[in-house]
Ligand binder design. Structure first.
Ligand SMILES: Cc1cc2nc3c(=O)[nH]c(=O)nc-3n(C[C@H](O)[C@H](O)[C@H](O)COP(=O)(O)OP(=O)(O)OC[C@H]3O[C@@H](n4cnc5c(N)ncnc54)[C@H](O)[C@@H]3O)c2cc1C
Length: 529
């Protein structure tokens, strides 16, 4: 029996683990990937924190975040994150994150979209990678137990009481039960419902949300999907906001700049999409940026552009498209990270704790996952120390055999691609009632196809197809919930833009919640917690 089990070893999960370990030794982290493969490792641009009080202030950070949330954030949660940002950065710095420094040795900062101050701390353009490696090193140093390549497939809940989890061990092909007094879900976002149009790692398949939903845990704000304006055309590889922060322009076929490059992502992405829908190309223009700045601050981006597109940032224009980047919706939590079921916590991109609302500011996600990861770890550990529980009788769980016994129909990979194309076409940067209704029907068709197919590889050991099959089931659940939520929000707000309801509508100045109550989907608009 563990005190705290954490599912997910991204920035949120590892911060939670380190913080829980300060209170108890009985901490376990399980993850379907290795920690160094989590989404967090891809974060390039940086992490927000006010350090320069002459030109910036914490109240500016709070206001910018709330403004960007389009009044769907909760000011107290936002305050919690912004007011403790300096403590968070100092914590990371002390753990060993090699932040870039200015000439006087202070942590360097850059501009990011949606703010007029240099507020983003960074490690060159490898910020997430440096953070994850440092957190993981510290977890190892603190003897935190890890089960990698183990996929969460279900929660064990009895009469609304959390008991443990069912986990698929990829190596052996077996399902094991793990029991704990508290659980932290830190499984990341659901960007892969748009798998062919996303900058996200393959692991962001919304597993935590879908599993939570099946058990009646409340989800929220699923309709808010953030598109990043600048992914390399044809590859979905991200070129971070740091490029525009360091002065890169966005230009059209005529060479004209057409949007303020440093306004919020939703506005920049929509301006680009209009150009693309008109048959034009859009380019990132970095040719005028000093070569030393590129070398020092954007070495990864320069290399990606060379390796993937064979283009030279000093001479060439770089064709870009918007791509799905971040999912604002998640498992609804309060500021303590607790979900609607006691003893189950959620943090990181999987959670909707009312920080980002309808639109996340660049650099605020890394800050949020570390801040609330630490809070979740601390609270889950504290609660577990006061709780007595017994290990329940083992319940037979036959899901893997059922998958292996299924006859092969349509390829699960084809279903996944078709789902992504449908999501992109009908629930993309622009939505309409008719498109979303079409999408709903298509998802129902994909669900049928999924039910009637299995996988080709029938072996049990290290059969990645089994994980892919389970993930597709979760993607389908999430896609349907996103579609339903987008249909219900009859207004345009932040990243959710309805062509048939173009204005913001005060009546919708509420978070959406969606919950499975005895197999009936209940949708509501509620005040932010
Ligand atoms: C290309 C890119 C660049 C970005 N740059 C920035 C940036 O500069 N600044 C910023 O603030 N934000 C940035 N973001 C956003 C930020 O990186 C993410 O929001 C954040 O890293 C999410 O962290 P997380 O810990 O919640 O989840 P993740 O890092 O996604 O980790 C989730 C973990 O859960 C595991 N998992 C998932 N499902 C299961 C399951 N069923 N069973 C077991 N384990 C499971 C995964 O294996 C993984 O270990 C960027 C995002 C992308 C895609």
């Amino acid at each position: 029996m563990y005190d705290v089990i954490i599912v997910g070893s991204g920035g949120a999960g590892l911060s939670a683990a380190l913080s829980a370990k300060e209170k108890t030794n009985k901490v376990l982290v399980i993850s379907k990937t290795y920690p160094t493969h989590s989404q967090t490792v891809q974060a390039q641009g940086g992490i927000n924190c006010v350090l320069d009080y002459e030109n910036d202030s914490i109240s500016n950070h709070i206001n910018d975040t709330y403004k960007s949330s389009k009044e769907l954030g909760n000011i107290n949660t936002i305050k919690k994150m912004c007011e403790s940002a300096q403590k968070t950065i100092i914590w990371l710095d002390k753990l060993g994150v090699p932040f870039s420094r200015d000439n006087s040795g202070k942590i360097a900062q850059r501009y990011f979209g949606g703010t007029k101050a240099k507020r983003t701390c960074y490690s060159s353009d490898y910020t997430g990678l440096k953070i994850i490696h440092t957190l993981y090193d510290n977890c190892i140093k603190n003897n935190i137990e890890f089960l990698n390549e183990h996929t969460l497939i279900d929660l064990i809940i009895n009469e609304n009481k959390y008991l443990g989890i069912n986990v698929f061990n990829l190596l052996s092909g077996e399902v094991i039960d793990l029991y704990s007094k508290t659980l932290i879900i830190a499984t990341g976002g659901y960007g892969n419902i748009y798998s062919t149009h996303t900058t996200n790692s393959v692991s962001t398949t919304g597993d935590g949300l879908a599993i939570a939903f099946k058990h009646g845990i409340k989800l929220s704000n699923l309709e808010f999907i953030q598109f990043h304006p600048t992914a390399l055309k044809g590859t979905n590889t991200l070129i971070s906001e740091s490029a525009r922060a360091e002065g890169a322009f966005l230009i059209d076929d005529e060479g004209n700049r057409f949007v303020d490059e440093l306004t919020t992502r939703d506005e920049v992405a929509r301006a680009i999409k209009i150009k693309i829908d008109n048959g034009e190309n859009v380019y990132l223009d970095m040719r005028h940026i000093n070569a030393n700045i590129i070398k020092e601050k954007m070495p990864q981006e320069q290399k990606l552009i060379k390796d993937i597109m064979n283009l030279d940032v000093h001479k060439d224009l770089i064709p870009i498209v918007p791509a799905v980047h971040y999912t604002m919706g998640g498992i609804l939590t309060d500021v303590s990270c607790e979900t609607s079921i006691k003893d189950i916590y959620a943090c990181g991109e999987v959670a909707q704790n009312n920080t980002h609302g309808a639109n996340r500011l660049g650099g605020n996600s890394l800050l949020e996952i570390i801040t609330f990861g630490k809070i979740a770890g601390n609270n889950a550990a504290e609660i577990s120390l006061k709780k007595e529980t017994n290990i329940p009788n083992k319940i037979e769980f036959n899901v893997i055999n059922l998958i292996l016994e299924k006859k092969l129909g349509k390829s699960i990979y084809k279903i996944k691609n078709d789902l992504s194309e449908a999501m992109f076409n009908y629930a993309g940067l622009y939505r309409t009632n008719n498109d979303l209704k079409k999408l709903h029907l298509l998802i129902k068709k994909f669900e049928e196809e999924y039910k009637n197919t299995g996988i080709e590889n029938k072996s049990k050991k290290y059969n990645k197809n089994i994980v892919d099959y389970i993930e597709l089931g979760n993607l389908l659940i999430l896609s349907k919930l996103v579609c339903q939520s987008a249909l219900k929000r009859r207004e345009s707000r932040g990243s959710h833009f309805r062509k048939d309801y173009k204005q913001i509508n005060k009546e919708y100045q509420k978070i959406s919640t969606i919950q499975n109550i005895k197999e009936r989907v209940e949708y509501k608009l509620e005040e932010a917690l």
